[in-house]
Each structure stands twice: as C-alpha cells, then as structure tokens.
Write a protein that binds this ligand. Structure first.
Ligand code: AHM
Ligand code: MG
Length: 345
C-alpha cells in the first residue's frame, strides 16, 4: 500500500510566505499579507502580458475590459493593479512607482500600515513588442517614521534596510522570485491552477560563473577602467573563466539568468558621470538584494551599494552585480586605472 506521508510536499507561494513569518517572532502578519497581494498582482499582470500581441487587435475593435475601461498600455495596467491591490489593506503607509514622479499616498479613507512598497511595475517594457521577457520588481521597507501617512524618509532607505524584495518575470513561464532576508526562492506559475509553486528553492549563484552581461554598444562612452574590465572579460578573463556573453536588455531577465547561472551584470555610467541608467530604489537595490542573498556582491564599481543612502526616489546609479570575485575584479581595475587618471588630473 502507498504511504502518502512520504509524498513530496507541494509548496504554494502562500504557504512559503506563511512559513517565512515564523522567522520573525512577533510578526503581525502585515508583511505576509503584503507579499501575498504582490503575488496576486503578478498573476493578474501575467494574464495580460501573455496577451500582449493582441492588445492592438482588441484595441482596434474598441473593446473595453471588465471594469469598463479602454485597453491600457501594459505598464500602466501593471502600475494600477499593484496600487489597487495594496491601497486599502492597512499594511502600507505609502507606495512609490517608477511610473510616478512622487511618493504615492494611501487614500485617506483607508488605514495606514507599517510598510512602504516601491515597485517598477513593468521593467523592460520597451521589449514587449519583441516578445522578450519583462517583469515586475518590488522593494519593501519598514517605515521609520512612527505614524501617520508615510513620508520620503520612509522610502529613501538604503539597501541594507530592505525587509523583502523580489520580482515576477513574465517569460516563457511566469515566475516569482523573492527573499525576505532568509535566502532566495523561486516559484513557477502553474496557469492551469493559478498558483505559484516552489520550483527553485534556495537559489545560490553557482561558484563557476557562466555569463557576463552588459550593453557593450556603450563601450566608446565608458571610462578607461570600465573599458579595460570589459576587454578583460572579452579576452577570456585570464583563461580562468569559461564565460559567454549574454545581454537581453531587460534587467529582470538578465538578473534572473544571473541568479541561476552565475556571472556578472553591469551597467556603468558614461565617462565623467557618476550614475548609470538603472534606478537605485526600483531596480538596483531590490535585484541586488536578491543577488546578495544568493551569495553575490553588488557594487557601483567604486563602493558597495549596500550602505548607500538614497537621495531621491528616482535616483540612478552605476551597478556591477554578480559573483563576488568578478565584481571585485571590476572594482580593482576601475580603482587602478580611473583612480590613477583622477589623481593625475
Ligand atoms: P525601463 O525601466 O524603462 O524598462 O528601463 C530599464 C531597462 C532595464 O530592464 C534594462 O537593463 C535596461 O533598461 C536596458 O537599457 P539599455 O537599452 O540602455 O541597455
Ligand atoms: Mg525598469
């Protein structure tokens, strides 16, 4: 007779998030509910991204959706879905979105909670027309002000203060990957039952990295140090590595691959500038938090991102993230070559 007790566990994301709560004695359940609502938003957004190519066709017929709204651009739909699922729950004191210039207050009629949610509703959305993976990125901080509506002070916190972060990638399958500071776990959406199921437990960057990733068409604009680092990678990285180059141009997909294959992703500034293109709070800190939780290291190329105090919601920053030795090699080459040039000037 079969002994059912030895069947493998089926771990839904709800169950996993619930279990994580046990790592926070005295937790009120607010974070648990918040993460579950983000997973729900991911499912709703996924149901739209899979129909992305049809939007124009539906739009051409003048169709409206079930709420009676005309068909929207996907990134606006993603933004509104995240906002609407989280505005009334009493878990948040404010939200911030890459789609909105200012901090988004909780509507007056709803209760105020202990957390701040920052999100990039649809990262890589310029790739949608090409059927390339896009995704939602989120960062969660605990508020620092004691009560009342959340303020910028609650949102402008360094990466080391992240309570939980993650992303949902809408690719050949939909996956949610998150960390609440206790490792990184990945869940694949089973569309037939509408559940995220644990498929990639305890993700760690492989010690032998497989890919390096950057938009090398910017090479002429990079500093001498960054050029030298990229030359080093392109020439086989001292023969000590056996890496290929891959660049999708959708950070969510590039970092998803990095987490599973190991390597380095970098988006440096143009020569003479300090910042790159990617946003600290919506892209670099949350994705970097996962890379760090998976055993990697995140740097601007000059210093760790971990302690950097944000100065603005949409602040951009230079980033190098991935296996520690590869990131440290970039830091060393940049310090040696660009540092020497700065000293001489
Ligand atoms: P977005 O938030 O407007 O989509 O821009 C961010 C995206 C990232 O997903 C990706 O890493 C980067 O832009 C690609 O930029 P580039 O085309 O300059 O390489
Ligand atoms: Mg983005």
């Amino acid at each position: 007779m079969t002994d059912w007790r030895f069947d493998e566990k089926i771990v839904t994301i709800e169950r996993h998030i619930q279990d994580q709560q046990s790592h926070f004695p005295g937790a009120s359940g607010q974070l648990t509910g918040l993460l579950q609502d983000i997973a729900l938003a991911g499912k709703m957004i996924a149901s739209r991204t899979t129909r992305a190519g049809l939007a124009d066709i539906i739009g051409a017929t003048g169709d409206t959706n079930v709420q009676g709204e005309t068909v929207q651009k996907l990134d606006i739909y993603a933004h509104r879905t995240l906002f609407r699922l989280n505005d009334h729950t009493g878990r948040l004191c404010a939200m911030g979105s890459e789609e909105e210039e200012h901090l988004i207050p909780i509507p007056q009629e709803f209760e105020i909670g202990d957390y701040v949610l920052l999100f990039d509703p649809l990262d890589g959305s310029s790739n949608i027309s090409y059927n390339v993976s896009v995704g939602t990125i989120f960062t969660i901080f605990r508020r620092v002000t004691p009560s009342g509506p959340g303020t910028l002070e609650d949102a402008l916190q360094p990466m080391r203060r992240i309570v939980a972060a993650g992303y949902i990638v809408y690719g050949s399958s939909t996956m949610m990957v998150y960390s609440a500071g206790n490792g990184v776990d990945g869940f694949t959406l089973d569309p037939s039952v509408g559940e995220f199921l644990l498929s990639h437990p305890n993700i760690k960057l492989p010690e032998t990295p497989r890919y390096w990733s950057s938009n090398v068409s910017y090479y002429p604009k990079w500093s001498k140090g960054v050029k030298a680092y990229s030359d080093w990678l392109m020439s086989g990285a001292d023969d000590s590595y056996n890496m290929s180059m891959r660049y999708i141009g959708s950070m969510i997909a590039d970092i998803h691959r990095l987490l599973l294959s190991g390597g380095i992703f970098f988006y440096p500034p143009e020569v003479g500038k300090d910042e790159g293109k990617l946003r600290l709070l919506y892209e670099v800190a949350p994705m970097g938090f996962l890379v760090r939780q998976a055993g990697g290291y995140v740097s601007t190329g000059i210093e760790p991102v971990w302690d950097i105090e944000p100065t603005g919601l949409h602040q951009r920053i230079s980033v190098f993230m991935g296996n520690r030795d590869l990131v440290e090699k970039a830091e060393a080459m940049i310090a040696e070559i660009d540092g020497a040039a700065a000293d001489a000037s």
